[in-house]
Ligand binder design. Structure first.
Ligand SMILES: [Zn+2]
Length: 168
């Protein structure tokens, strides 16, 4: 089994990569640290639920003619909300594979007031890990998450690769 590292994200940030339509899909992951690794990475959906992701989804959709929270309501234009706000609808475990193609450090130093063209999903003060070629697995493969880049157990990796082989 080929060794591919995994990156754990809180839910539903993973769904922002896998379940949003292409023009608004998340392709930049914000991290306080950089890596020299390039290539395929398993995207792992952790147990933790971060509702602030839904706020960013709403803002990105609004910029593209979607929905925006106004007070306690959500005002929508032309589009239904695309991500379920219910954690039970978002499986944990390895949910996708994606290619890490670059890491942008242009805005890490906030004092420099530099900007970059990574888009709305990239937050100032963070390294922006740029992903391409996101492939969602038909079924999430459950396993524990970890910090940094980590390697899932061989059995888990084999289950992921089996799904990818069927998809090819
Ligand atoms: Zn950037």
């Amino acid at each position: 089994v080929k060794r591919i590292p995994a990156l754990t994200l809180w839910r539903p940030w993973t769904a922002c990569f896998t379940d949003l339509p292409e023009p608004i899909a998340k392709r930049h992951e914000n991290r306080g640290w950089a890596t020299n690794y390039r290539g395929d990475v398993y995207l792992h959906a952790g147990q933790r639920w971060d509702p602030s992701a839904l706020q960013v989804v709403a803002e990105v959709e609004w910029m593209h003619g979607g929905c925006l929270p106004v007070g306690t309501a959500t005002v929508c234009v032309d589009r239904e909300p695309t991500l379920s706000p219910n954690p039970a609808d978002h499986p944990t475990g390895i949910v996708a594979i994606a290619e890490l193609v670059g890491v942008c450090s242009l805005t890490v130093d906030l004092d420099s007031r530099s900007s970059c063209d990574c888009g709305q999903w990239a937050f100032p003060g963070q390294y922006h890990w740029r992903f391409a070629n996101v492939r969602k697995l038909p079924q999430a493969v459950p396993c524990r998450g970890a910090q940094q880049l980590w390697y899932p157990p061989d059995g888990v990796a084999a289950q992921v690769e089996q799904q990818l082989a069927v998809a090819r």
